[in-house]
Design a protein around this ligand. Sequence first.
Ligand code: ATP
Length: 360
Amino acid sequence: MAEVELRAVTKSFGKVAVCKGVDLQVADGEFVTLLGPSGCGKTTTLNLIAGLEDASAGDILIGGRRVNDLTPFERDVAMVFQNYALYPHMTVAENIGFTLRLRGIAREAVRQRVAAVAESLELGPVLHRVPAQLSGGQQQRVALGRAIIREPQVFLFDEPFSNLDAGLRIKMRAEVKELHQRLGVTSIFVTHDQEEALSLSDRIAVMREGRVEQFGTPAEVYTRPVSKYVARFIGSPPLEFLSGRVESEGGLPVFRVGAAAFPLSLKTAERLVQGGQNCALGARPEHVLLGSSGIRATVRLAQPVGPATFVTLSWEGGELTARVPGMATFAAGSAVHFQVDREEHLMFFDDHQGRRMAME
Ligand code: ATP
């Protein structure tokens, strides 16, 4: 096991800069996700760590050792790919044991280790099949087995579940999390699925255009996003922003969005005014409470999803989503009142740069 560190790593393909100075410190045994939209440089960053691409500049360290000039094999990392990359003509047992055979380990010793790994991944009954005779989930487990058996210092996962259907993806997610809890091997996992990142990671690096925009625990990136970009990328449904300004209403400060006035403490109002008055507000649906008092709005849409219902509220000049528990029904067009449960759950961003305005 080992820590992984990237210091100002850049990578260009011809004139196209893909990684523009990636800094990242992954602790020994930590599970870190690189999260971001398509094209932000996640896979390239992972390939740089694996040694499948050479960095244009910057340092890559594994276990405190600079590895920029080492081959992928010398870096002692195991990568699990999106397309599994199994050998089609080999059986499951041969696929899993292949790298050990390459290292010259005796046939019987390999057989025993393959059996143990296969057992832990519930692949025992299919050891003698070839990949084409397996389901997608089983193929991905074989790819995991092939990585595990090497006992590497670091696991690298490149969107390993993206070819699986939704149900299987959630099952495999749990398996990978349990595997990490059991083996404790430093892991770096690439995904564009925010829910996958939140549920798996010790920390998430949210990437934007070749840089890490925020690196924090799932709770930090969800509750204290540094920017509109992070706030919108994490959480489902995506956060909406309401442009507004601080005003005084009956002598008390409020944040006005069209016809709606969100009450503010004097301290918050002062901070916002110092920051330039015009800013954007975001509130997570679970903090938007429906009730008999508060701001008056109209139900535009109700979307039940099982454990909760997302209710889109609209008023003159604004719109916000509330989350109510269970399978609720709301008639479109009906009148409701809502409020945000606590002032600290009002997230403010400057309208210009999109940075979070610190209230602490
Ligand atoms: P995705 O989720 O779509 O894989 P990503 O965040 O992993 O996205 P990368 O695969 O790292 O992004 O690609 C980032 C950018 O670099 C893309 O615009 C891609 O076209 C470009 N790119 C990647 N590899 C190469 C290459 N070998 N040559 C030229 N351009 C490349």
